[in-house]
Design a protein around this ligand. Structure first.
Ligand code: SAM
Ligand code: SF4
Length: 335
């Protein structure tokens, strides 16, 4: 029995997990070449529905009792869910979770910026792989860059501060000094953190990976050549390495999953849209916890199960050996 005392999530390597990435749908309206090149296809072998807002509420309450302070809503594309704003409000007002943030492709950010801010969201990560309209269209299959940038301007007009932009680094597509310079110009006067994510191999993307993966060293070399300063950060602050510059309002960041120390700073667990707990983005275990978020009196059992599962979390992924685990593409686990 765990009662109501907060029991911190900790694994056998001493890592703490105050942060959960919760996918609320697998559905996506984009066709990013590295993720869903043929668009979203319904998984016919799995007819379970996505977690309801009631289930999400019970889950979040349980997680907050396990010391989780931050939940990132992701997908698929989380903004395709009609009850997105209800979910954010539940997390903000009823769950005990301190921070609710979202990762979105931003495809209708210009239309929903105000509603998002009003919902109380604490941070918005927007995926933009290129500032070149044609390149953006080629990667995502959609000519939406102007609307997305308009959405960002709206957020700024509303004085919303916690905006990050993420791009997947793709060899020969968005990895030249010209691309880096364009982003530098963008963050010069914009108080936004722009981060490159190194392309990760997934079960579905082996050929794409071989063709477009490039080490993020090309970007760190650029940062060093241009006097960006590495910002040291605490052990629990996650795997992004950030850089600052006195002449720039924004920051640069880098997420390099193939780097040697990447897993040391892991501070997150994932829960899929159908309630499978994933200990690692590239792990091979995926126990379902949905049966324990049906009633309020199941909280202790839920906490017990998650704590036990956590002891199976491995010290690192084996991505460098090509082991991608259960992950066919990141739309299933929210990236
Ligand atoms: N649809 C939303 C979006 O794109 O922001 C949220 C889900 S998406 C899976 C989350 C993040 O994962 C995005 O920033 C996306 O670029 C990134 N991503 C997807 N597949 C990836 C891969 N193979 N390697 C690296 N990052 C990937
Ligand atoms: Fe959709 Fe995001 Fe995957 Fe692109 S990265 S296909 S926007 S889920």
């Amino acid at each position: 029995m765990l009662n109501n005392i907060i029991t911190m999530l900790k694994d056998s390597f001493g890592r703490k997990f105050p942060y959960i990435r919760l996918s609320i749908t697998d559905v996506c309206n984009f066709k990013c070449g590295y993720c869903l090149p043929n668009g979203y296809q319904k998984d016919k072998s799995d007819n379970r529905k996505f977690l309801s807002s009631e289930e999400i509420e019970k889950l979040a309450k349980g997680l907050s009792k396990l010391g989780v302070s931050k939940i990132r809503l992701t997908g698929g594309e989380p903004t395709v869910r009609k009850d997105l704003f209800d979910i954010i409000k539940i997390l903000k007002n009823k769950s005990g979770i301190k921070k609710t943030v979202i990762t979105t492709n931003g495809y209708r950010l210009d239309q929903i910026a105000e509603k998002l801010v009003d919902s109380g969201i604490d941070g918005i990560n927007i995926s933009i792989d290129s500032l070149n309209r044609d390149t953006f269209k080629t990667i995502t299959g959609h000519d939406r860059l102007p609307e997305i940038l308009k959405g960002i301007e709206k957020l700024q007009k509303l004085n919303f501060k916690n905006i990050k932009i993420n791009a997947v680094l793709l060899n020969g597509i968005n990895s030249t000094k010209k691309d880096f310079k364009e982003w530098s110009n963008f963050i010069k006067s914009n108080e936004i953190t722009f981060r490159y994510i190194e392309l990760m191999q997934t079960g579905d993307s082996i050929e794409y990976f071989k063709r477009y993966h490039i080490s993020s060293k090309i970007f760190t070399d650029y940062l060093n050549e241009n006097n960006w300063i590495f910002q040291t950060h605490g052990k629990d602050s996650g795997p992004s390495k950030n850089y600052i510059h006195p002449n720039y309002k924004g920051k640069f960041g880098l997420i390099a999953p193939y780097s040697k120390d990447f897993c040391e700073s892991c501070n997150r667990l994932r829960i899929t849209a159908r309630g499978d707990l994933r200990l690692c983005l590239f792990g091979s275990t995926g126990i379902n916890i949905r049966h324990l978020i049906q009633r309020d009196d199941q909280l202790d059992e839920l906490k017990d199960l998650i704590l036990k599962q956590l002891q199976f979390k491995k010290e690192s992924h084996y991505l460098e050996l090509g082991e991608t685990g259960l992950t066919k593409n990141l739309s299933q686990t929210g990236g």
